[in-house]
Design a protein around this ligand. Sequence first.
Ligand code: LLP
Length: 423
Amino acid sequence: MISVKNNRLFVGDVAASDLAKRFGTPAYVYDEETVRSKVRALFQGISYRPLKVYYAAKANTNLAILKIIREEGGQGIGIDAVSVGEIECALKAGFRPGQVIFTSTSVTDEEMKFAIAKKVLVNCDSLSQLERYGKLAPGSKVCFRVNPDVGAGHHGHVITGGPESKFGVWVDDVGRAFGIAAKYRLKIVGIHEHIGSGILETGKFLAAMKILLTIIDKHRDKFSDLEFVDFGGGIGVPYRPDQKQIDFKVFGSAVSTLFADFCRSFGKKLSLAIEPGRFIVAESGLLLCTVNTVKRTPAHKFVGVDTGFNHLIRPMAYGSYHPIIVAENCNGNAGEKKEKVAVCGNICESGDVFTRNEEGIADRELPPIKEGAVLAILVAGAYGFSMASTYNTRPRPPEILVSGRNAKIIRRKEDLAHVIYGM
Ligand code: LLP
């Protein structure tokens, strides 16, 4: 667990400041037990069986993390892969091809050929892809994605349903998919939707489930081969202090009841599939960094650290809030006054500020910070390292896994040879 003891931040049983000393900063650090507990929460919270949890690997593809998820999830776990690279990651982490689903967009024939050769199920994102898939693998099993004309998510960039979204077969075109499937003798074993990411209002997820189930019901005679319904990912986690965890007892039982009732009327016990990414890994991870500069303008006190949006782009890309904590003075010492500061990175753009919202810089109240202090940017296990870049020709940081008292490197820090072509 990630916790505060005696005003100090701990990952598992190791003080974050000790990790900073040992591995240097910046560094991504993950807590193994948190990942495991989130996988368990899904299987415990959703009682419907068979349940398939396809972890959306795009959130974090570190092989050590994938292996932990595979171990903890057992039979019901799998991988939602969006690229040839993610399919490779899944197979390298020990997932069987049958546990992987390939859900991408603007997909090439070469990518589909790769998935077919690896025996991975292809989830088609368009009628065009379905037609091309039919030509490449006639008579095989297939899944396709529907855009149900409803979307949700923490930011416009991650809402994936509705007419503004490029994803899926538009709801009114679903009928045309069956003609293509028949032409190539494809067996439609799965149908899929994913309405967006970072959903804390579970009502939206349930409403979208109902829409997809209504679509299946409308075309029920065409779904004789159906084995599973995949409702996508998107389950949110709290980032801001005013956000709460989803009540999984209530949500899980609503999902299970809805699907069980549907299967009864459909006359077949189908598998229920979901594709959480963020929910499994976000809270397990943090980005450790060190303050090297404190300076002022008339508007802000800037606290400059040795990482930036090259390593964690979420604040810059979506105005996302990430909790920030002073590793050795988490709550502030008695008698100290908190200060409003802007925590900024080392990338040469003004937008490179971790404490921001969509409008711009939003100062954060933190205990007094001196140069040399170690800070932890929390809830960074999902879409942190996986979205990191080498912008400004800066290498990417290492990834560290903490398991109780032990800490080990699960991805080495890059050096300049990784980022300078031809070096
Ligand atoms: N399934 C599909 C088809 C997806 O496109 C996604 C995410 C997921 C599952 C997993 O969604 P999750 O459970 O993690 O919300 N970079 C953004 C999030 C992008 C999500 C893209 N698709 C962020 O940092 O918020």
